[in-house]
Design a protein around this ligand. Structure first.
Ligand code: 1GP
Length: 269
């Protein structure tokens, strides 16, 4: 009887651990002085016939995460795209949805994004209420994410769609306070984004200041085109670097940027 209770508790424990597998890997980065690199794939821009090549390049470059999602979702092959990628790679796939319809149970986790830099109630809580039953039923690992859009020098799709202004690129105090508020509200990670294809990526000064004021894993992306920029962002305090647009144009960047990001990790052993 005692043993049955023990195994039941173990099962619950193992299930909980499994459910937080991806989040725990993000959480472990900073204490272990490790940096991670995520490739962002927009399912609308990837051909299914190219997924095998993409997976193999990501495997060879030791990419840490595949983020998948887009502001709009015109194509209908999200499930297929993820299934195919996972058939060639063990890299965790995290959904980065532009709308509640972008949920696939084939992914490992989902960034449950709340646009905390904006003032549009729909993207803070409204869309979440509508999609809650569907998201819960997906069985995905849910990672509550404070999503902060920073002005990248050009209007972003997310700002246009959400009718909300990004944080000005030089208003570090606003970024710090927004990050602090997100952390105290219980978000699990922070994602600072200058927007896909941004003219200007987020400044190292802002990254450094935000990183100093939060213990949450800090994901940074938007307009990063060069390995050196990724390296500097990591040095400034980003825990995860995300690149999408530049990689769509030049697949060689996967290896280059991945090794720059990992050079920033402190070697263990
Ligand atoms: C966008 O942070 C991501 O939401 C990545 O941006 O496509 O410009 O790399 P890029």
């Amino acid at each position: 009887m005692i043993l049955v209770g023990f195994f039941e508790k173990m099962n619950i424990f193992v299930t909980c651990m499994k459910q937080r597998l991806v989040y725990n890997s993000l959480l472990a980065l900073r204490p272990n002085k490790q940096k991670a690199f995520a490739v962002l794939v927009d399912p609308d821009k990837v051909d299914l016939s190219d997924v095998q090549k993409l997976a193999s390049l990501c495997n060879d470059a030791a990419v840490d995460y595949l983020f998948i999602g887009g502001s709009l979702m015109i194509s209908q092959h999200l499930d297929e795209c993820i299934k195919l990628f996972k058939s060639y790679s063990d890299i965790p796939v995290i959904l980065f949805p532009g709308s509640p319809s972008q949920v696939s149970r084939y992914a490992d986790a989902l960034f449950y994004l709340s646009l905390i830099s904006g003032r549009n109630a729909e993207l803070l809580i409204g869309a979440h209420v509508v999609s809650a039953p569907m998201v819960k039923a997906s069985g995905l690992e849910i990672i509550s994410t404070g999503y902060m859009v920073i002005d990248g020098g050009a209007p972003t799709t997310v700002s246009y769609m959400s009718h909300s202004a990004p944080i000005p690129h030089d208003k570090n105090d606003i970024a710090i306070c927004t990050a602090m508020a997100g952390e105290m509200q219980g978000k699990h990670v922070l994602y600072m984004d200058a927007g896909s294809g941004a003219k200007n990526p987020i400044s190292e000064t802002m990254i450094q200041k935000v990183s100093m004021h939060t213990d949450l894993p800090l994901i940074v992306g938007g307009g990063i085109r060069e390995a050196e920029k990724a390296y500097l962002n990591c040095k400034a305090g980003a825990d995860v670097i995300v690149v999408g647009n530049a990689i769509e144009k030049d697949l060689n960047l996967i290896k280059e940027i991945s090794s720059a990001v990992h050079q920033c990790s402190v070697r263990v052993g």
